[in-house]
Design a protein around this ligand. Structure first.
Ligand SMILES: C[S@@+](CC[C@H](N)C(=O)[O-])C[C@H]1O[C@@H](n2cnc3c(N)ncnc32)[C@H](O)[C@@H]1O
Length: 242
């Protein structure tokens, strides 16, 4: 049965908002447990690929609790974390207060709003990242257009998310993990298996790495690449705006 948090179409955003309000206090610990800590490596790899220089401007859309936002700022880039979930942003603010960034880091601020209507001028950022966010938007293509709008020409867009392995037996095993094991994290830590049953439902409705790559090329990105981790269970799309 589908997760109650997964509703395709225009009603998607409020349900996604409910989902992240439910899991916000436990989000970071569950991430570590369900990925065996490896999400940290994948996020760090995304930041390396961003190729930021001190003084650059970076935008981390669907930033959640700020994992990627803080990493971007540590490169010296002035960074904005952007998300519509107040509970997730509250955790990010708590983390910022408890663990200040080292000297040489760029500035960090968090802003609340909808990724499909970013309150930033065209061509504002050198780098735009979205990790585990694009899959949650009601319309991923509209999301990509909006991310592209605020990216400077020559700037980089990076999309990290769950992938769909090309090797079908491996995809089957991985989908079994998402269907049978992941909901246990939701049940144990949030009292509701649907919170993490959502991952597989949303992934099935998402075109994943190849669809994102095709969409980026359609939008005129150059040098698009896909990096696969763990046989394509996690993937990073990279593209440069023309
Ligand atoms: C799975 S979390 C990812 C958080 C973080 N980027 C990370 O990698 O740990 C997805 C985030 O996307 C946010 N989100 C989903 N739809 C959004 C939208 N339309 N506008 C802004 N944020 C959105 C959620 O609130 C949530 O914080």
């Amino acid at each position: 049965m589908a997760s109650k948090f997964f509703v395709p179409g225009t009603d998607r955003a409020p349900k996604v908002g409910d989902l992240f309000a439910t899991i916000a206090p436990r989000y970071d610990v569950i991430n570590d447990l369900q990925s065996f800590g490896m999400h940290r490596l994948w996020k760090q790899q995304m930041v390396v690929e961003a190729g930021l220089q001190p003084g650059n401007h970076a935008l981390d859309v669907c930033c959640g609790t700020g994992d990627v936002t803080f990493r971007l700022a540590r490169t010296g880039a002035d960074t904005i974390g952007f998300d519509f979930s107040h509970p997730m942003l509250a955790v990010a603010a708590e983390r910022a207060a408890q663990d200040p960034l080292p000297a040489g880091s760029g500035t960090v601020c968090f802003q609340q709003g909808d990724a499909l209507q970013l309150p930033f001028a065209d061509r504002s950022f050198d780098v735009v990242t979205i990790s585990y966010g694009l899959r949650n938007l009601a319309d991923f293509q509209r999301g990509l257009r909006e991310l592209t709008r605020v990216l400077k020409p020559g700037g980089r867009l990076l999309v990290l998310d769950f992938g769909k392995p090309d090797f079908l037996p491996w995809r089957w095993v991985y989908f079994q993990y998402l269907e049978r094991i992941c909901p246990l994290f939701g049940r144990i830590f949030c009292g509701d298996g649907d919170t993490h049953g959502y991952i597989l439902d949303s992934l099935k409705a998402y075109p994943a790495q190849h669809g994102v790559d095709a969409a980026l090329r359609e939008l005129g990105y150059i040098e698009t690449r896909i990096q696969c981790f763990l046989g394509g269970t996690m993937t990073l799309n990279v593209g440069q705006r023309r």
